[in-house]
Structure formats: structure tokens, C-alpha cells
Design a protein around this ligand. Structure first.
Ligand code: NIG
Ligand code: FE
Length: 403
């Protein structure tokens, strides 16, 4: 997230913008003008004017904050279409992983690819997100599992952010899977991740957060704890892949002991975990694409999350194995159809709550002082955003105050 291209400051007045209220309450919209100066929204309201500004008539179109995808694995080599076939023939995601496929198959492709090749493969994926109004996107490492390749992935992610009108945040996920050279030596691998690997990542300033895949086919709660303790020593906030396939109480650990920014997946989350997340302000990141693509049947505990008022974000989990999805608009649709989120909950999930899941307070809302990252849709009602799929409803996209 560090180096953004510096574009000239500019004053923009969006007229006749239909602005959603951005609460969980409802989808009633208001017509307003939105003034932006440089990279910041300076005023929102029915009578706002801005001297000498470039004026832009939205003609009553829906305007939302620029969308935020807070959980992706966008940079990777190769694909896993053959495993998709195997799963259709009856193999499970876990069986494929245990047989040395899954994440490890992407690791070998990612290790073999040059930095330029990884960049070139990631580019059309990133462009698909930008075309649908995404203005901030998180990218995780985790398909390198050695120092050199983890750094390579994170450098590619940073470079994508420097070259394009989008904010890229990066997350170090060295503890994603056990690399083959550490077979039966998981604790030794964790020594590497929490020690020299994280040190190298921190030295180059390549990560904004640290993540662990806490799972039977990933790492144990104790191993997770060691990685998080190292993250804390480097002043890096943590996130966790937890309770996707089983309940190891990873979300509880991440929230209660490390004030995690977010816990993600959460199909098997229990009430103790929900309460710990509420107490720590940890966001629940829902990943309906992985639920859909793995044909999962265990729903995340949505009613408990609502009851305890835990903020819910929605993300694509864009990755080659469990969610080869490159559309956050489709994730909104899936969050509504599969998880029964209301359209306004889903909209909050890809804006305000997604920003919170990344620890970013300066975006995700249309309000003075927020970043001038906006999406103008060829729609009138927020419910339409999650309703129709297979057509891109974006009309204009504004990042950093620039159309
Ligand atoms: O978020 N759960 C672990 N990691 C990814 C899947 C990665 C893969 O299968 O390549 C996920 O679903
Ligand atoms: Fe993931």
C-alpha cells in the first residue's frame, strides 16, 4: 500500500448522485452532490457547490464508495482446472490437498514463474476487478512458501498497485501450507516463517498484515500463535483463515489474543468465537465464492454474527483452488443468495466493513474526509447491485479523485 502514483489534485463535483445510506437498516437512497478535492471527499449533500470544479452529472445513478475486496490470492502461477475435474469425479478438496495437490500444486507453478510472468498472469484478473468498480484490493502471498518466492509474490502485488489506479494492500501468508521440503517438520517451517521469512518481508516493507491458514490441512492453533507473536513483534496486524473446514477455534485465538483485524471463511465458527470477535472488533469476512465452488453445505453462523453485532465483510477469495472468481459484484450476489445477506448488509460488506477488515479508516463511506474513491453504477437502487449477474453495471469509477 505504500507507494501510490501521485496524480495532480483536482476538484470534482458529482451532481445528482443517488447515495445509499450505508447502514444495515435499509436501501433508501437520497439525491445529493458529492464534492471531492484532490484525493478527498470534502462535502456531501443536496445543496453542495464547488467553485471552479469539473462538474459531472450522474443523472440519478447510484453512487457507492469504491468497492473494496479485502481477501484475495490474486497473484499465483498456473491454474487448477484439472483438480476441478477431479472434484467433479468425487475427490474432496481436503483429499486433493493431502495427496500433494491443492495449494502445493500452485506453489510449484508460482515458484517456477518469473516475477514478470506472475505479473502478466495477475494483470487480467486485476483488470476484471477494476472494471467492476473495485478501488482497493488486498493480495496475499502464500504460494511461495520459501523466502525468495514469498518476496517475489509480494513484490508483484506492490508493483500492480504502483502501475494501476487502485490501492493494493498486501498480506504475508507464509503459513498457508507446508512446503514439500518441510514434510513432517511443520514446526521447523514455522520457525522459518516466524523468523527469517517474516524478517525479510518486513525489511523490504512488503506486507501490511500477516495471515495464517489455521486448519487440519493448514497449521495448528499453537503454530498460528507463534506466527502471530512474530507479527506483533514486527508491528504488523493479523488476519486468519479460520473455521473453514473444521472448528479449531482459530477465530477465537486471533481475536482474543491478537486483536485480529479479521477472521475469514468461518463456516464452522461457534458462539465463543463470535463473542471474542465482537469484543476485539474483529471483522467476519464471508467468502461465498469458496462456499459455492467447494459445494460446501455448512453455512457460517449468520444469525449469531448479527445477534452479537459483528461487522460482516464480503470478499471474493480470488484464488486458483477454492474460488477462481474475479468479480466482487458476483460475490455480492452470492452473499445474498447463498448466505441470505440483505442487499444493504452485502453493500456494507464490500465497503465500510471491508475497509475495517484491512484496518483502513479513510475509505468505505461517502462522507467528508474519506478518500475520493467512488463507483457510479448504471443502477438506481442498491438492491440491483446484487440482483442481476453476468452483466457489468459499472458506469464510472473514481480513484484518488480521478475519473
Ligand atoms: O482461502 N483456505 C486456504 N486458502 C485459500 C485456498 C487456496 C487454494 O486452494 O489455493 C482459501 O480458500
Ligand atoms: Fe483465502
Amino acid at each position: 500500500m505504500t507507494s501510490q502514483p501521485t496524480l495532480p489534485a483536482r476538484r470534482l463535483l458529482l451532481r445528482n448522485a443517488r447515495v445509499a445510506p450505508m447502514t444495515t437498516g435499509g436501501t433508501e437512497t437520497q439525491l445529493a452532490q458529492i464534492a471531492t478535492e484532490g484525493d478527498t471527499i470534502t462535502a456531501v449533500g443536496p445543496d453542495v457547490q464547488l467553485e471552479g470544479a469539473e462538474t459531472f452529472d450522474c443523472q440519478g445513478r447510484l453512487v457507492t464508495p469504491g468497492l473494496i475486496d479485502c481477501h484475495t490470492h490474486l497473484v499465483y502461477g498456473g491454474d487448477r482446472a484439472r483438480e476441478f475435474e477431479l472434484r467433479l469425479e468425487g475427490a474432496s478438496y481436503e483429499e486433493i490437498a493431502k495427496a500433494g495437490g491443492g495449494i502445493l500444486s500452485t506453489v510449484s507453478h508460482t515458484r517456477a514463474a518469473s516475477e514478470d510472468a506472475l505479473y502478466a498472469q495477475a494483470l487480467p484478473r486485476l483488470q476484471a476487478f477494476l472494471a467492476e468498480g473495485v478501488t482497493t484490493l488486498e493480495i496475499k502471498s502464500g504460494y511461495g512458501l520459501d523466502i525468495e518466492t514469498e518476496l517475489k509474490m509480494l513484490r508483484v502485488a506492490r508493483r500492480l498497485g504502483r502501475d494501476h489506479p487502485v490501492t493494493i494492500t498486501t498480506t504475508f501468508l507464509g503459513a498457508h501450507a507446508l512446503p514439500p521440503e518441510y514434510k513432517d517438520r511443520a514446526d521447523d517451517y514455522i520457525d522459518l516463517v516466524a523468523g527469517p521469512m517474516m524478517q525479510a518481508v518486513a525489511d523490504e516493507g512488503l506486507a501490511d498484515a500477516v495471515d495464517v491458514f489455521c486448519e487440519g490441512i493448514g497449521f495448528t492453533p499453537d503454530q498460528t500463535r507463534r506466527v502471530f507473536a512474530a507479527a506483533k513483534a514486527h508491528n504488523l496486524p493479523v488476519k486468519i483463515h479460520a473455521e473453514q473446514l473444521s472448528n479449531l477455534s482459530g477465530a477465537h485465538l486471533a481475536a482474543a489474543e491478537f486483536q485480529a483485524l479479521s477472521a475469514d471463511h468461518l463456516e464452522h465458527l461457534d458462539e465463543a468465537g463470535v463473542k471474542a470477535m465482537k469484543a476485539a472488533g474483529t471483522v467476519a469476512v464471508l467468502l461465498p465464492g469458496a462456499f459455492y465452488f467447494l459445494r460446501d453445505t455448512q453455512l457460517p453462523p449468520l444469525d449469531l454474527l448479527r445477534q452479537h453485532d459483528v461487522p460482516m465483510a464480503v470478499a471474493t477469495d480470488c484464488n486458483p483452488g477454492s474460488s477462481p472468481m474475479n468479480s466482487l459484484v458476483l460475490a455480492i450476489n452470492m452473499a445474498c443468495t447463498l448466505f441470505r445477506l440483505t442487499p444493504s448488509e452485502a453493500l456494507l460488506g464490500v465497503t465500510r466493513h471491508a475497509a475495517q477488515a484491512l484496518g483502513l479508516a479513510d475509505r468505505g463511506q461517502i462522507a467528508p474526509g474519506q478518500r475520493a474513491d467512488l463507483a457510479v453504477w448504471d443502477l438506481e437502487d442498491p438492491a440491483q447491485l446484487g440482483y442481476r449477474f453476468g452483466i457489468n453495471p459499472l458506469w464510472k469509477r473514481i480513484w484518488n479523485g480521478n475519473l
